[in-house]
Design a protein around this ligand. Structure first.
Ligand code: GZL
Length: 331
């Protein structure tokens, strides 16, 4: 066998081992198992929550000895699809991603399945005709988060500080990214709870795309149209609520007292707003999914049985307990 053939054979073996990522535990010459290679497509950096989620994933990959190939889609689905296709071409061992919207994933997920690369969903869900296109979905129950927001509000006006309030309770709603699972589900869960009492009226509802800037801009429009008729703001995340608080104050209205504000995530900015008396409650939505994702990646590579749905445990933080909770917060 010529030197070239020896070289090609050797190269082929190296490429094969590198391509397979050693996921099946193939040993290197030195006998050490090759690290698992995980391709991760992140939505972007639109909120404090997202930033904390990225820190959790990158730190957990490092701690787990997993090689992370990370891409930021700047909140564009087409960038996520490009990233998934790139991971398939690179023959990573596992793909994980947080889908910016629920639909439009069928084709690229079929490409991953054809390439025999398992896919794990984190944070947000997808709508597909064939659930075998992904191994597991690790994330919150957004409908329950919306229900928790609705329950806090109905308790506030039935037995809490608002119990003597008479007449309709006019609500404006800042929705998350159009078409995203958290926006769809948080809206549905909240509506389900307030439907029990006709006094609750959602008089305006519009997307603020989960960002502070857009949340402020849309709240300015709500205030221009409805002014002091607004009793309550329900924001699908803390960042939009914090932007809206700026708009409310600039309109000469007191957030947290003249307009009751409910939001979701439980990020540091929300605790600071609650301690300042400007936000009434934040429903927790934990971004700390990194460790759970990495242990699931290792289990997938090891061929273990994986639960289709892994729900993160969460709580509700009213302003009254914000100061005592704040020192314990990890994001
Ligand atoms: C929820 C996550 C949402 C957060 C927002 O799991 O997808 O996206 O609530 C973030 O802050 O932008």
């Amino acid at each position: 066998m010529t030197g070239l053939k020896h070289w090609l054979l050797a190269a082929g073996v190296v490429l094969f081992a590198a391509c397979s990522g050693g996921a099946d535990g193939t040993k290197s010459d030195a006998g050490a198992a090759k690290p698992i290679v995980l391709g991760f497509s992140q939505i972007g950096a639109e909120s404090e929550w997202r930033t904390a989620n990225t820190v959790s994933i990158q730190g957990a990959a490092r701690d787990a000895g997993i090689t992370l190939r990370f891409s930021d889609a700047q909140q564009k689905q087409e960038n996520q699809i490009k990233a998934l296709r790139s991971f398939i071409a690179q023959r990573v061992d596992v793909i994980a991603f947080s889908p910016v919207v629920e639909t439009g994933w069928e084709t690229v997920l079929r490409e991953a399945k054809t390439a025999k690369i398992p896919v794990i969903l984190t944070d947000r869900a997808v709508e597909v005709s064939d659930e075998s296109l992904y191994v597991s979905f690790i994330g919150s129950d957004f409908v329950e988060e919306g229900r928790r927001a609705g329950r806090w509000l109905t308790e506030y006006y039935s037995t809490g500080k608002g119990k003597d309030f008479k007449g309709d309770i006019n609500i404006v709603e800042l929705q998350g990214t159009v078409g995203s699972a958290p926006a769809n589900d948080r809206k549905a869960g909240f509506a389900e709870i307030i439907a029990a009492d006709p006094r609750y009226k959602v008089i305006r509802s519009q997307t603020g795309d989960f960002t502070r800037a857009k949340g402020k801009e849309v709240m300015e429009a709500f205030l221009k149209a409805e002014g002091r008729k607004i009793n309550v703001l329900y924001a699908h995340n803390d960042d939009m609520a914090i932007g809206a608080i700026q708009a409310i104050e600039e309109a000469g209205i007191k957030p947290g007292t003249e307009i009751i504000i409910i939001s979701i995530d439980g990020v540091k900015g929300a605790f600071e707003a609650m301690m300042a008396g400007k936000l009434n409650v934040s429903v927790e939505c934990s971004p700390l999914l990194g460790p759970q994702l990495m242990s699931t990646v290792k289990d997938v590579v090891a061929g273990k049985q994986i639960p289709k749905r892994i729900v993160t445990e969460e709580s509700v933080f009213p302003m009254e307990t914000a100061a005592q909770e704040f020192p314990k917060r990890k994001y």
